[in-house]
Design a protein around this ligand. Sequence first.
Ligand SMILES: C[S@@+](CC[C@H](N)C(=O)[O-])C[C@H]1O[C@@H](n2cnc3c(N)ncnc32)[C@H](O)[C@@H]1O
Length: 237
Amino acid sequence: MSPTPTRSPKATTDQTAAEFERVRARLPDARSAYERAWLSLGRSLVSEYPSSAAFVRNRWEGQLHLLLCEVDRATADEIWRWLSGLDGRTTSVELHRGDWRERFLRGIPATFDAYFVSFDPNMYDRHNVRAPKPANMYPRDIAIVVAGIRGLPRVPLVLQVSTYSVNGANSQTDVLDDLVPQFANHGFTLAASVRADNAMMSMIFTRDMSVGSDLEPRFQSWLAGQTCDSVNGRVDR
Ligand SMILES: C[S@@+](CC[C@H](N)C(=O)[O-])C[C@H]1O[C@@H](n2cnc3c(N)ncnc32)[C@H](O)[C@@H]1O
């Protein structure tokens, strides 16, 4: 969730906003790296976008290259404003103003030591429909993702895909059953799937690295108001 979110006028889109706001209200605890980043970005980010990249820049202490894709012109302008304020000595940037598919089909730069590839479509639809929506992802798009990363060296790679709707026979289980084998064919393991509610879910795939698989229980206990330690047996409300 963006540290500077705009509440949606559509109640259905914001089903879990109250929970997040409750969690944010007690963030001064700031125990985890994520909480510390959220707190500091809440004070410094001038706009809602690009929150994912802002979290990465905040947490990653070394040199970073950001390749961001954004099709909406006003949002791309917001992103450019944020990118322009970064320190060029530590961060190099590319903003693709258009569909991410066009950019991935040109291949992504292959000179880096590790990769974090993140997709935030409105939903993953496991059916290759006749009239695809550019803001959704479909099985045919996984081929584009794979083509984009084909030229990369075998270095640690995290690939995150989120989905926000289960409409059209796309339950969270259906989506996992569809995506896990597709990515497994290309050397990826499902490190974790984190469900924010019955519709929203984030899937973390990894290649050439391992990641703790306790993200889902940690997230659930965090939302419920417990500390991360409580997952390991010590309840601390
Ligand atoms: C759920 S938001 C993701 C927010 C983002 N992860 C961030 O860091 O703040 C989805 C964004 O993707 C953009 N978008 C939708 N379809 C796209 C496409 N085909 N190519 C590039 N951007 C797209 C939307 O305009 C919107 O800004």
